[in-house]
Design a protein. Structure first.
Length: 148
């Protein structure tokens, strides 16, 4: 087989549409655009989002205000009342223990303990952050707090 023997498969190549080349071509006269009007002109027609002159949706909606910090740290929240429910006295509460107890869904997200509820057990809490009321309740129950 030589390079000059190669040819495309039958029906795989179509001739391009040559408009405006006389009536015999099938695309003469108005060149397949119909009669007059906006859509028959070059560059005619309205763009996407045009609503017939009515104020378009993207202009009617309010603008987004404010600022969103890209570097914000989102903490997973755990309250001391949940620690009281799931752990017994003397336990160490850390990421693995919280995950095993089903209080958090991810081992990688940072954790913050908040002070909602009561704590009656002595626990050693090792998490990323602890609120001041939570720390007071843990220490009042005889536990310790270690932040990482």
């Amino acid at each position: 087989m030589q390079l000059h023997d190669l040819f495309p498969a039958p029906g795989s190549r179509k001739d391009r549409k040559r408009v405006g080349r006389g009536h015999g071509s099938g695309y003469g006269g108005r060149s397949g655009r119909g009669n007059k009007g906006q859509l028959s002109r070059s560059g005619g027609g309205k763009g996407p989002g045009f609503e017939g002159g009515q104020n378009p949706l993207h202009m009617r909606l309010p603008k987004l205000r404010g600022f969103k910090n890209r570097f914000r740290t989102e903490y997973v929240i755990v309250n001391v009342s949940r620690l009281d429910e799931r752990f017994s006295s003397g336990d160490t509460v850390d990421i693995d223990a919280l995950f095993a107890a089903g209080l958090i869904k991810s081992r990688t997200a940072p954790i913050k303990v908040l002070g909602d509820g009561e704590l009656t057990k002595s626990l050693t809490v090792r998490v990323d952050k602890v609120s001041a009321p939570a720390k007071a309740k843990i220490e009042a129950a005889g536990g310790t707090v270690e932040t990482q």
